[in-house]
Ligand binder design. Structure first.
Ligand code: SAH
Length: 208
């Protein structure tokens, strides 16, 4: 996976490549999908949600330009896989998931695997985690409409980087924000970032 899907396709950050080699992705997917865990694609994790393709997780982590000392916020814990990779590249990670059952599963697994620098929270991640701000990096793993939520920019440290899939019209792009500048990275497809309380209008369909 690391050589063929990541290094050969432009992921150069050694810290990220090492983390991707170390985190046991098969434990973050449902048992029936274990044999497909290291394939070049997204997988369903239940509740209409998905664990992103390995390349996307690596690319999003690399875009944060981490050197190991940062506090990072992740919005959309899902399986907890992205948080595990981030935690290997940063000092600490706060990750927020709106679906309590996914958050609980991720929290348990991350604890079992010994990822002690990850805090999993249940709630609306579009509000960030003001009590832990500022963050050196913020990774949003669900698609925002138009713009990432204002609260996330407010919780970014000076010079910090926010990575978020953004949808405008029919166009959905992974976008990096730094110092007020937006940089489109690549087309992506994520589940929507849902800013209202738990309703079931957001399940399914995305493949990353
Ligand atoms: N990073 C995950 C993949 C996340 S899929 C992984 O590595 O497995 C996107 C997740 O974002 C879903 O679990 C969805 O429930 C969650 N989500 C959507 N809107 C959210 C919001 N406003 N706050 C927190 N989580 C949200």
């Amino acid at each position: 996976m690391v050589e063929r899907q990541l290094r050969r396709r432009g992921i150069e950050d050694e810290r990220v490549l090492r983390a991707m080699g170390e985190v046991p992705r098969h434990l973050f997917v449902p048992p029936r999908s274990r044999r497909q865990a290291y394939r070049d694609g997204a997988l369903r994790i239940g509740e209409g949600q998905t664990i992103s393709q390995p390349w996307i997780v690596a690319a999003m982590t690399a875009l944060l330009e981490l050197d190991g000392d940062e506090l990072v916020l992740e919005v959309g814990t899902g399986s907890g896989y992205g948080a595990a990779v981030l935690s290997r590249c940063a000092r600490a990670v706060v990750t927020v998931e709106r679906r309590p059952s996914l958050a609980e599963r991720a929290r348990t697994l991350l604890a079992e695997l010994g990822y002690r620098n990850v805090e999993v929270r249940v709630g609306d991640g579009s509000r960030g985690a003001p009590d832990r701000a500022p963050f050196d990096g913020i990774s949003v793993t669900a698609t925002a409409r138009g713009e990432p939520p204002r609260a996330l920019f407010d919780q970014l440290a000076p010079g910090g980087i926010l990575v978020c899939p953004v949808k405008r019209g029919g166009d959905e792009r992974l976008t990096r924000f730094r110092d007020g500048q937006a940089e489109a990275i690549c087309p992506v497809r994520f589940v929507p970032l849902v800013e209202d309380p738990l309703e079931d209008s957001d399940g399914g369909g995305a493949d990353e």
